[in-house]
Design a protein around this ligand. Sequence first.
Ligand code: PEP
Ligand code: MG
Length: 568
Amino acid sequence: MMKGIGVSAGIGIGRILRIEEHSLEYTPQQVTDKDAEIKRFHDAVDAFCMNTEAQAEALRKSAGENEAKIMLGHISIVQDPFLLGEVDKLIEGGQCAEASFESMCDMFIQIFSAAEDEVTKQRAADVRDVKAGVLSILLGINEVRLSDVPSGTIICVRELTPSMTAEMNKENIAGILTEAGGTTSHSAILARVLEIPAVMSVPGIMAEAKNGGQAVIDGKTGEVILSPDEMQLKASMEKREKFIRERKELEKYRGRTTVSADGTEYELVCNIGKPEDAAKALEADGEGVGLFRTEFLFMDKTSTPTEEEQFREYKKAAMILGDRPLIIRTLDIGGDKEIPYLGLEKEDNPFMGFRAIRYCLKNQELFRTQLRAILRASAFGNVSIMFPLITCVEEVREGKALVEQLKGELEAEGIDFDRNIRVGIMTETAAAGIIADLLAKECDFFSIGTNDLTGYTMAADRGNSDVSYLYSALQPSVLRMIRSIITAAGDRGIPVGMCGEAAADPLMIPLLISFGLTEFSVSAPSVLRVRKSISGWTKQKADEIAEKAMSFATEQEVRDYLKSVVSD
Ligand code: PEP
Ligand code: MG
């Protein structure tokens, strides 16, 4: 078995069609009739635009408007006046159209590839695609028409381009296998929208895969089996049937509100780590973002991001979401999340040490910079601030006082922000659970972080396999903690969400409905499954189950009972 990155879920079973890269090599010529060469170049650009428009049109029908825009983006690249002007100049200097166009594209590819952010890096792949497209036309090369391949084909290619993906007829393509590329590439996004199972970045696949050979791919786990035996084939077919059945079933929940069987509405939002993930949240039908883990913006850098850099990122997420909620969590470093350039001292017990809100309150410059950036971004959407790892009231008061001070500063500077921005906390420590009633008076909302709450309640490190038997949100102690946090929020009339992994656990959902949770924040792929699960419960039934579940003394009993009453 080989393994790559599963980028588009589903089981693909079929015969391999290798797409060999055409050699786009040519011998650079010196041109004498420069006007004719410029015309040849512009004709090729026009032909490229016509082909691409046709691909965009096909994609508009098979996938949607946003996906068509990816192809139209290629037209914008090739029609860029600077690019065209520079190519013309090079041709006027005597270089042939191929060499002139290629050298300009290579320059852009180099610039984009050197960028730090994924989105700009992705543009390099787009320019590469455009370069190959125009060069093929100039060199008179006919590409394989992916729209005409036989049904049950698994495409195997070194790197998939968006234009290849756009040409695919999803009825015939059973799967996509590539040696390069990853989750955030445009091709991966298109594969997901077209619902074609895809596994990318499979090392050595081009050397191993034979044309016409059978293959099975799992677009979720990234597993690839070449020449499967009878047993593997049978098991894969069953897995595929199950996947298709479940997908169909879940698709019924797309575009709906999240509502229980007796009509109570819930907010179903996503956890994200990058602004671009906000788009993925919407693609998955999430209703906003309940947790933006900002530490990833810090981890990807070699020094603290400036206010301007952070502002841009938060604003990007806010604008993608429009008036849907965006809860931005302030920096949660320390414990398992290290940022080398902050120079955090090694601690004997980092999970109980100088981390998250504790670190931020003591490093005011860093905290002020982040809060100002969030406040500024709040002018562009429906933004809330959330403090992590709160253990006492003073931390909330100090954090909020700083927010108020910064609001005053921005006001004086004439910079716009949301004056009514909500400030809430992660309730993820045992202390926060025990004084939830006191904290509720200080906050606009709670979000229960069960990942940490479980660890801190059970005194069991989530990463330590020796104590993993204790680490469960279904432990009676953790369930009591969760219940008391939700009750305290309810008594005070503030919304209470859950952004830990437990929010997506089907066994936990009836309990959360019974306790009175108002918001579920889950990973994007879980959205439809959680919506379906919520839709199956009435408050009365959830109450019955919760009452019984809370009567058990051990995690095993709770789990066994819930498994017996919760259908998958
Ligand atoms: C949590 O602790 O449950 C949580 C959502 O935060 P993180 O996993 O980022 O610590
Ligand atoms: Mg946490």
